[in-house]
Ligand binder design. Structure first.
Ligand SMILES: *Cc1c(COP(=O)(O)O)cnc(C)c1O
Length: 465
């Protein structure tokens, strides 16, 4: 019997098992991987899951996406237990009330951003797959701050894995820098490049395109296109719904999601397609508004990236958007290939008015300005004493017309002290996880923004092969 298989949005990859899809990351035909059918939940599931603790709920949500021979129950349970045990809050992702709003706090992981939910799960999953199948994995990535530290904390100390993270030298905040460089495990290699974040991304791209090097050194990526990251995030939509609805299957809920790469909000879309009663997904962008423009006009065309106070959303090419496009275009890989080709050639994709209307039934897209973001932090703090981080503030503001929506809080405000100071006149107090951070011993190699030098450094650092 064939179980769940993974296919590419561009239709040119042989069907894969779940663990094969996780190890492949980006599909070899340039597309993104998806299950060939979306598992469905029943009202009974919803009722039963509503009271489960987070880790067990994650097991239930993820279970139908992998065959038991590929990922046995005991293994999946162990991975989820370990991934979410390192969160500082007993509920993992608590749903709280503040300022008259519902806030889903996703920032209680080791690096205080929601990316921990996915990367703690992925780190444990990678370790299992490598121990089962043998081999090694060398993760290579560039970061402007958040993703790098969450990835490092997801794989630190794990056998079979090394991680190399490039960040722009002296261009990330001191706290973000120390969150990465104070991790002293032997398998963690921080590289500060004398250049920009874009230089770092280009170097990573060049090294992945160096196919002999990529294969010889088993390079892997950890960016938000990995399917396992989406799945782990889907779990907290079910969790929040359960806490709010007490398991009444006809209770519909809206979510406000601050969005950059369309990863987090795609997880919400997946939850809805699985049968979670979601009324609206409020897609919140900052002034880098390619996604908002798409949902408002049906035209997806990129523009220059502008810096904002919510820097983790300063993106004008949303890497997960192709997954949504696949469903919007009736799961027709041929059409997706054509659309991505158009994007490459002409810089834009346009869908029909009918498709745009269909998309607008679920998604309500709002772009939030810098002033509105800071004003939202200020007024919310004044009313309730609760501090929103600037990304969360974008989501709360976008949900202005949806007072009952659950607003996803994607980072702890102390990670973005600068923006908070601009809003309320002083920085937030540091939570225990960040206290003393700047005094911790650190390790980092500073190199020129030069692909050949970075490559040589990686070769010299890894055990000989
Ligand atoms: C990455 C990030 C986002 C955007 O998430 P996507 O999955 O890229 O849409 C929002 N807020 C914070 C704090 C982030 O780190």
């Amino acid at each position: 019997m064939m179980g769940v298989r993974y296919i590419s949005t561009r239709g040119q990859v042989e069907p894969l098992t779940f663990t094969q899809a996780v190890m492949m990351g980006l599909a070899t035909d340039g597309g993104l991987l998806l299950p060939d059918a979306i598992p469905q939940v029943t009202p009974d599931h919803l009722r039963q899951w509503a009271t489960l603790p987070f880790a067990e709920l994650a097991v239930q949500v993820i279970r139908p996406f992998a065959d038991a021979e590929d990922l046995p129950d005991v293994v999946l349970r162990e991975i989820c237990q370990r991934a979410f045990a390192c969160f500082a809050h007993p509920e993992v992702t608590p749903l709280v009330q503040a300022g008259g709003r519902r806030i889903l706090e996703l920032f209680h992981g080791p690096t205080l951003a929601f990316k921990d939910v996915a990367l703690q799960f992925l780190g444990n999953l990678f370790e299992y797959i490598l121990s089962r199948d043998g081999g090694a994995l060398n993760i290579l990535g560039a970061t402007s701050g958040d993703t790098g530290s969450a990835a490092i904390h997801g794989v630190r100390g794990r056998s079979g894995i090394h991680i190399f993270i490039l960040h722009p030298h002296q261009r990330v905040s001191p706290i973000q820098e120390r969150q990465m460089t104070s991790v002293l495990d032997d398998n963690v290699h921080n590289i500060a490049i004398r250049g920009s974040f874009d230089d770092g991304q280009q170097i990573v791209k060049d090294l992945f395109n160096d196919l002999p090097f990529r294969q010889r050194y088993q390079l892997g990526a950890i960016n938000s296109i990995n399917w396992a990251r989406i799945l782990a995030q889907t779990a907290y939509y079910f969790f929040a719904w359960g806490r709010l609805s007490a398991g009444h299957p006809d209770r519909r809920v809206s979510f406000a999601v601050p969005t950059g790469n369309f990863g987090d909000i795609f997880a919400g879309y997946l939850a809805q397609r699985m049968g979670l009663p979601i009324e609206r997904l409020i897609l919140a962008t900052n002034r880098n508004d390619i996604l908002t423009r798409f949902f408002q006009s049906g035209c997806y065309g990129s523009a220059e990236v502008k810096p904002t106070v919510s820097p983790s959303m300063d993106i004008q090419r949303a890497s997960n958007f192709e997954r949504y496009l696949y469903y919007l275009l009736d799961e027709d890989a041929q059409q997706v290939r054509q659309a991505m080709h158009d994007l490459e050639q002409s810089g834009q994709i346009t869908v029909s008015a009918e498709k745009r209307q269909q998309a607008a039934q679920l998604f309500h897209a709002v772009a939030v300005s810098e002033e509105e973001t800071l004003e939202q932090i200020r007024s919310f703090h004044q009313q309730s004493g609760y501090l929103l981080d600037p990304h969360t503030a974008v989501g709360v503001r976008a949900a202005f017309d949806y007072p009952d929506a659950i607003c996803l809080a994607t980072a702890h405000p102390a990670k973005f002290g600068d923006a908070v100071r601009q809003a309320i006149g002083h920085e937030p107090p540091l939570p225990p996880a960040l206290q003393g951070m700047l005094d911790r011993p650190s390790r980092c190699t500073i190199l020129a923004a030069d692909t050949a030098q970075i490559k040589q450094h990686i070769v010299a650092t890894l055990p000989p092969r």
